[in-house]
Design a protein around this ligand. Sequence first.
Ligand code: P1T
Length: 400
Amino acid sequence: MTHPENRALGFQKKIDPNFGTKTCTVGQAAEQWGYMDAVPPICVSSTFKQIEPNVTKFMYGREGNPSRNLLEQCLASLDNAKYGICFASGLGALTSVVTLLKTGDHILAVDDLYGGTNRFFRNIAPRYGLESTFLNAEDPEKFVSAMKPNTKLIWLESPTNPTLRVWDVEMISKLSKKKQKDVIIVLDNTFLTSYFQRPLELGADIAMYSATKYLNGHADVIMGALTLNDDELFNRLKYNQNSTGIIPSPIDCFLVNRSIKTLHLRMDEHMRNGLAVAKYLEAHQDIEKVLHPGLPSHPHHKLALRQWSGYSSMVSFYHKYGLNESKKFLQSLNIFSLAESLGCHKSLAEIPILMTHASVPANERSELGIMENLIRLSVGLESIPDLLEDLGQALKAMKI
Ligand code: P1T
């Protein structure tokens, strides 16, 4: 079965026809619970009774928990992965990946990244003797040529936050593995989720998620997740997670597990709303440029169609004015909330230069195009006419 809307838009990758069944069934069996709970319970117990020393399915809540375990199985299935691991936050998942490295290792990262990811590689990793290079990945050969003999981690984010650049993950993976077989390639897939992009099938070793965003989708949980196939990497990550304690709470696991039941439905609607907003803004007189990979004007439009099976609802745009107008626009919005974060039911708007990407050095921000007139929108699930009206009135108000 092919998703009709997806096919009409020209995507070459198919949406997993069993996606909805997986979110509703994998890890969810009633038979695993004492009361045959049809819906998985929240297991808050921090420790588990043992039959004899070390004979038990779960031992201690930091090591593993039934509510977490079932979510990890379910998330893994969505990427057709062998393993899933959940963490206290998206940055917690990143920190855990970095625990795979040792002093003297080199990280090659794309230059346009979530500000917090950039901050970690730039300001925290060097304290432990890790060196990072940030580079545009438009030309995969050039990007990969920046690998050094000690490059152990390649960190990709595609599409990127906040300028929605798209990288050729398949080509980067192929070229970098050819150069160094043991380099670990991570793709931050927060913006698209497994529904629209499957990182492991594009050659990444690890798919990374801020589950805080679309996976949970209701702006009431902070969580991170990784999915992967490699046994050795999985064992090391689990060992390191237990040793560092970067775990999510069972209640948050319950919430994300509940939320992913509707992930495919939400993503379909997010895509529609995001595209409608992007097209509206592109035709607006006060807009200089819209960044959305679904617009034919986007430089990576064709690559997105080749690599993905849908778009997220992230839209960034440059208006024709300055910082004051940016602030006025954001403060005039009624349905969109002026807030950080993204990927939830509520529409959110922010100004990366002052908010999510304030920690990126100023010269790099301007090279990336993070300017005073760049606004980032996370389009929610409200009705399209209301969203367009809200944007229209705020664009008018910003000039008064
Ligand atoms: O917030 P946390 O769950 O720790 O996830 C960090 C993170 C990782 N990767 C991407 C692509 C992200 O966008 C984020 C978090 N981003 C925001 C809070 C934001 O407003 O962009």
